[in-house]
Design a protein around this ligand. Structure first.
Ligand code: SF4
Length: 356
């Protein structure tokens, strides 16, 4: 164990097996101390960033029917919806006037939407609301758009790039293991496909984030496999902006009765700390006040997190799973300062907008 601790202190890269060793044998406090050490080497500042953003969804109609998702609806459902392009642009404008600098736009996989809808959204948001950054369309959406329009994912990505889209959210990664995905989202793209589309996006020039949603069917081995795939791609492209691990919310999903307990603070912090120690090529790791609440969100800053994500002026996906957590700038600033850090409002590329 002490040899492994020395490796982390020297900032040496740790292996797959060593990652398993950490999660199996180290105490939660030890993981926090080592994650903090690693974080200080990678980012010596005392800053913790956040972004003022909004997270609208253009449609909840989805043919992928993930078992962990409480948000999707069939087209025939009475509360299904598809927003018009005008409505999406109006939401973005309102969010901008409410202070948002980023709009994280995602939606269900809706076979009725034509390619033009997405192209028009990109064109109009960039032209009509230049003060806001459009961060849109995750890898599984790109895959569905390609499937419905009978094009290659790379072609879709190139079209989006030509219109000025520059960043893509890292959603839909869940746990990047093909067997796990068959259990929780059998109709969704495989882990290999998620990696392929993300790699294509990086090679075109897009910056993306990487996410991991855990606390469902995965083992520790699966988590480390996920981290290994992400670390390898970051070595190659360096186009991941940050890593965002968060926990599964089972309420109102098909998996609600299969999960005996939701991931609690201890497990969350252990996995978060492991992410920081393993992902030695990521500057930003996000702590999740949003799924873990403010108390654990604050403690996450002592487990390697140096970003707390967005204010999420509008959010529908986890609201469908009865997630109770909401925050404004004041609350986020308070959480960060209470833990002894300096709050930094940032943009989508992690540039500083304002220091508090
Ligand atoms: S997670 Fe996304 S792809 Fe899966 S059912 Fe929900 S909206 Fe559809």
């Amino acid at each position: 164990m002490s040899e492994l601790v020395d490796k982390i202190i020297r900032n040496d890269r740790i292996s797959f097996e060593e990652a398993l060793d950490i999660i199996h044998t180290f105490s939660t406090l030890e993981i926090g101390q080592l994650a903090t050490l690693r974080k200080k080497i990678i980012d010596p500042s005392n800053n913790v960033s956040f972004v003022v953003d909004t997270n609208p969804n253009y449609t909840n109609i989805c043919d992928t029917e993930c078992l962990f998702c409480a948000f999707w609806r069939k087209k025939s459902s009475k509360d299904s919806y598809l927003l018009s392009v005008d409505k999406v642009v109006e939401i973005v404008k309102t969010s901008y006037h409410n202070g948002a600098t980023t709009v994280l736009l995602q939606g269900g996989h809706n076979p009725d939407i034509e390619l033009n809808y997405y192209l028009e959204i990109i064109q109009r948001v960039i032209k009509e609301v230049p003060g806001i950054h459009l961060h849109a369309f995750s890898a599984p959406e790109i895959s569905s758009i390609a499937k419905y329009t009978k094009q290659e994912t790379q072609e879709i990505l190139k079209k989006f790039w030509e219109l000025g889209l520059r960043t893509i959210p890292g959603g839909g990664a869940e746990v990047l293991n093909n067997d796990i995905r068959k259990k929780i989202s059998p109709l969704k793209i495989s882990a290999d496909e998620w990696m392929k589309i993300t790699e294509e996006a990086h090679h075109i020039g897009f910056k993306t984030t990487a996410t991991m949603m855990f606390g469902h069917a995965e083992s520790d081995n699966d988590i480390v496999e996920h981290l290994q795939r992400i670390r390898d791609l970051q070595d190659e492209t360096k186009n991941f902006l940050s890593f965002i691990p968060w926990t599964f919310k089972p309420e109102n999903t098909f998996m609600e009765n299969k999960i005996s307990t939701e991931v609690g603070g201890d497990r969350y912090l252990r996995v978060l700390g492991l992410c920081r120690i393993f992902l030695d090529n990521f500057k930003y790791i996000q702590g999740s006040w949003f799924t873990q609440g403010f108390k654990v969100g604050g403690v996450s800053l002592h487990y390697g997190a140096n970003d707390v994500g967005g204010t999420l002026l509008q959010e529908n996906v986890l609201k469908s799973a009865n997630n109770p957590y909401k925050a404004g700038i004041d609350e986020i600033v308070h959480v960060i300062t209470s833990e002894g850090f300096i709050p930094i409002q940032r943009d989508t590329f992690y540039n500083t907008i304002k220091k508090y």
